[in-house]
Each structure stands twice: as structure tokens, then as C-alpha cells.
Ligand binder design. Structure first.
Ligand SMILES: N[C@@H](CCC[C@H](N)C(=O)O)C(=O)O
Length: 259
């Protein structure tokens, strides 16, 4: 088939977008892995389908696949980019309500910034010196002094395939707290490598940093390899609600491809 696609990125986490409201794109692991391949295909960390939602309250539905071709859990940066794509298609005007695999999301657009409401986080687990929490996707968060020299692919893979996580896998975030922001590098499950940014990851980092008492505020600045994001939340008795992820989301290019 000849496929029309659009490419977006949010702080360097990049995605292929497909308007699948007419259900013309058939999900196939091999085809999606090919499209995401940086040498043989378009190249991306993931692929996202914008579909019509069964829920009348929604503007659209989000279906997310990692670059390995498998459908996965929530993608925060992908969700923000999809909102920009929906705006381009004329499906929304400035704000959005949509359903993804982890439930309902609300979003707003303010020029180049897209804010996305993430799931409430009611449980945060401490595992040795690190944290585990689910922000729509599962995340391991480790705090350390310096992350610049770390081999993220090797160290991340060791944790992702460890006894603790090997059943479902995990995304792994390495964090170096700085004076007024958190520096983050992330290994992503399903990409099986470092990505330049991970939205559910930086959300997990902000909450884990609050648990660790590294931050007192309910708004946190995060610097990922591909750019800056912010996370805000309301904390009450250890639960995190009204969680918002904000950052840039940009169109990169469009095209057609035989697949
Ligand atoms: N890049 C994403 C996370 C995508 C899902 C993840 N790779 C997984 O399978 O858990 C984000 O921005 O949140």
C-alpha cells in the first residue's frame, strides 16, 4: 500500500503519525517496525494512529506502537505530538479530550507548547535506592550525581531485563539533580535504546524526586537530552493527582511510503 504519513517530534522523541479515522491502515508488527527503521524506513521512536473514538466525549483516540512494532502503554511525548497533529487535521481547536490505552487525557495548546494531563499516580514503590512507578507506562527512576558519562543503552538494558522487571520490562530513567532542574537520560523499552526524551519518563522522575524530597515545589523543570519539559502535580497523602506534562511538539515533515 502507499501510506501517507506525517512526522512529529517532542523534545527529540520522534513519531510517525497516521490519520486512521477511516481504518485504512492495518496494524502489522513487521510493517510498523519497518516504517520506524532509521535506515530502511522513515525512522522514528514510535508510530501513532489517530482514530475515531467510540466515546462521544472524545475528539479522537490514540493508538501507540513502539519502534519494535508492538503496541505499548502510554506515550507522553507522543500524546503531545498527536494533539498537534489533531490540530493540523482540524479535528480540534486549541484543546483536546482523547482516550489512550491508559484512559482519558485532556490537553491544551499554547503556541508551540502542548500540555497533557497524565494519569493519577497512586502508588510509588521504593526498590533499593531507586523508585518504580507507573505514569501510564512503567518506569524505574535512579538518582545519581552525574549522568553525562553513563552508557545508557548498556546500563538501561541491564535493569530492563533484570529479574525484577523481566516479565513486563520497564523504561529506565537516570537522573542528576541540578540547582533548579533535573537532568534526565532515559532508556526506552520497545526502542531498546536511549531516546532523546520520554514524557511518561520525565513525569515519573518529577514524582520520584518529590518522594525523595529533592524538590519541594509542585512544578518541576526537567532537561532531557532533546530539550526542556515541565511537570506539575497536586500531592496529597502520597498520591499524585492533576499531573500535567508540558513541552514543545513540532511537525517535522510529511510524505508517502510504499509499505
Ligand atoms: N516515549 C514515550 C514512552 C513510550 C512507551 C514506552 N517505550 C513503553 O513501552 O513503555 C513517552 O514519551 O512517554
Amino acid at each position: 500500500m502507499t501510506l501517507k504519513f506525517y512526522k512529529y517530534q517532542g523534545t527529540g522523541n520522534d513519531f510517525i503519525m497516521i490519520d486512521n479515522r477511516k481504518k485504512s491502515f492495518k496494524n502489522d508488527t513487521k510493517r510498523i517496525a519497518f516504517l520506524c527503521d532509521r535506515k530502511f524506513g522513515i525512522g522514528a521512536d514510535g508510530l501513532i494512529l489517530l482514530e475515531a473514538s467510540e466515546d462521544r466525549e472524545d475528539d479522537f483516540k490514540m493508538v501507540y506502537f513502539n519502534s519494535d512494532g508492538n503496541e505499548s502503554s502510554m506515550c507522553g511525548n507522543g500524546g503531545r505530538c498527536l494533539v498537534k497533529f489533531a490540530q493540523f487535521l482540524g479535528v480540534i481547536n486549541g484543546k483536546a479530550t482523547f482516550t489512550a490505552i491508559d484512559g482519558k487525557h485532556y490537553a491544551t495548546i499554547d503556541e508551540h507548547l502542548v500540555s497533557l494531563q497524565m494519569q493519577d499516580v497512586l502508588h510509588v514503590e521504593k526498590i533499593n535506592d531507586a523508585y518504580f512507578l507507573d505514569t501510564g507506562s512503567p518506569h524505574h527512576v535512579s538518582f545519581m550525581e552525574n549522568v553525562d558519562q553513563l552508557n545508557i543503552k548498556e546500563t538501561g538494558a541491564r535493569i530492563r531485563y533484570s529479574e525484577t522487571y523481566k516479565k513486563d520490562g520497564v523504561n529506565v530513567n537516570f537522573v542528576a539533580p541540578q540547582e533548579d532542574y533535573l537532568q534526565v537520560r532515559t532508556y526506552e523499552r520497545g526502542v531498546e535504546d536511549e531516546t532523546l526524551s520520554c514524557g511518561t519518563g520525565v513525569t515519573a522522575v518529577a514524582i520520584a524526586a518529590h518522594k525523595e524530597k529533592l524538590i519541594q515545589n509542585d512544578k518541576v523543570a526537567i532537561v532531557a537530552q532533546g530539550g526542556s519539559l515541565s511537570v506539575s502535580f497536586d500531592e496529597e497523602n502520597g498520591s499524585y493527582k492533576n499531573v500535567w506534562l508540558t513541552g514543545p511538539a513540532q511537525f517535522v515533515f510529511e510524505g508517502t511510503i510504499l509499505c
